[in-house]
Design a protein around this ligand. Sequence first.
Ligand code: NAP
Length: 483
Amino acid sequence: MTSFNGYLLEANLIGGEWTGAAEGGTIDVTNPATGAVLGTVPNCGAGETEAAIAAAKAAFPAWSRSDLMMRVGLLQKLHDALMDNQEALAQLLTAEQGKPLFEARGEIAIGAAYIRWFAEEIRRKKGEIVPAPQAGRRLLVTHHPVGVVGAITPWNFPSSMLARKLGPALAAGCTVVAKPATVTPYSALAWGKLCEDVGFPAGVLNIVTGSARAIGGAIMDSPDVRKVTFTGSTEVGKTLIRQSADTVKKVSMELGGNAPFIVFDDADIDAAIEGAMIAKYRNMGQTCVCTNRFYVQAGVHDEFVAKLTAATKAMKVGDGTEDGVMQGPMIDAGAVAKVEELVADATAKGGSIATGGARHALGGTYYQPTVITGATQDMQFAKDEIFGPLSAVFKFDTEEGAMAAANDTEFGLAAYAYTRDLGRIFRLNEQLEYGLIGINAGLITTVEAPFGGVKESGMGKEGGTQGLDDYLVSKYTCLAGLD
Ligand code: NAP
């Protein structure tokens, strides 16, 4: 067992102190690859969260008014500290989450890249002097940090989802109370130590683990928390949006997806398979931008299915720390049961299993990467987020039909299409009701571009020049009487 360079921390960070729960309770954290207990974290609730909010509030005046270049310098050091410890942090991520090590290394690197990006972007966040309608007046528009930020993150990207929130929040001059997912708390707690090590002041970042309802409730109830940024399920996101009303908080929501992946007759099929594998099976299918539905045009359907099935079968399944493993365990028993339910529903309605379709011989939460053909819109996975290594292949005839089926969902996060017809590409851009569109590309997330969904996939953007806006409020100041 690796030491994780001291980044496996079994305490919470509140106001610069590493502490336990007031009543001493803890929660076990297990490795999904082995079922072994990795350690514990404090089982905190409302009281500890209120203390964390008070610490963040106390730290806000000095941090929000600090020299911009001081914050930029700390963020650059934070980037470097992440990359200096990339291997240990990736090992820790794989140990608590299960994804293969190569993916975990990538997650640490993109998290670091978000930090560097926002350290750069904040230097360019200019205000405006607006032309005044009357002589003797000057109209200023200036940007200011929104205040204390509550950040709630999911288990599927336990490090980079926090990076996307910490980068803009800390750059803007906000202070933060973070609540990571209970099954994967260590990658978040490691951010606390990294921030402490590079010199962020006490109280700027606070991290609380424990009861989602109690911690979330305290964050949502507090008038001192001015903004909540959430990544997770649409169901919980809706609850938080409702709860935000009482204190009129700014919210940004990165919620569930149901990504279509449309392959047209004119597509380069080998390129489409390469894109399909990454868009479907990354993190064992447990990403919000994972393909949920493959729509394949009749002329290339059989070739696509044969190649997708062969590539799916060829993936090595196992503990993410082993060489060559492409698919680790799923996060927990509930996730496996959901895939089983979807497979049973599809086969009962006439779908055929081309490969997989059952638990893996490794036991635990391992599931065989699966391809189902003959998928139809009445099957449960046409509507539900699969969140597992299950490819559902639908056959279509016309562009209009594919577009209508692709949009037939309340979600609108990511969509992919493979075609070389430029006119069609513009129609896809205009008509697909999605916040992220990959044309001939299955992996499109990058720090330079705004990430975020439409419809019930959420509101707000992370990354890009837009990623700072959710952490800032603008003020208009009218200057008169000075001439
Ligand atoms: P989840 O169940 O909604 O949990 C997300 C976070 O919310 C966790 O920290 C969870 O804490 C917390 N939480 C749960 N109930 C809460 C409540 N009542 N009040 C406050 N916080 C609460 O989602 P998940 O299963 O971890 O993540 C998977 C989902 O996230 C999928 O739907 C996926 O599509 C979505 N996702 C979206 C994006 C995006 O950018 N759009 C990115 C990644 C994931 P506990 O862990 O303690 O329950």
